[in-house]
Write a new protein. Structure first.
Length: 82
């Protein structure tokens, strides 16, 4: 059974502190906007690794593709549209 965007959102929220989190998708391909204080001081690759870690094995087993924008709270406040 393919996960819903709401399930993917919950998977991330359960394992990564988020100030703002949006997930859209069709069951196998997802897009996410993730705003987390955990991203402070981290480069893009490290931010993505935090999200992949939050998703764990689901990234391999359930989620085919995830496109994400990862922002710190300050970055989001300065430009909420990315």
């Amino acid at each position: 059974m393919l996960p819903t965007p709401e399930q993917v959102r919950q998977y991330i929220a359960d394992n990564l502190p988020c100030d703002h989190l949006e997930v859209q998708g069709d069951g196998s391909h997802f897009e996410a906007l993730i705003v987390s204080p955990a991203f402070d001081g981290k480069r893009l690759i490290a931010r993505h690794q935090l999200v992949y870690s939050a998703l764990g094995e689901r990234m391999k087993a359930e989620i085919h593709a995830l496109s994400m924008r990862t922002l710190t709270p300050a970055e989001y406040k300065a430009n909420p549209n990315g």
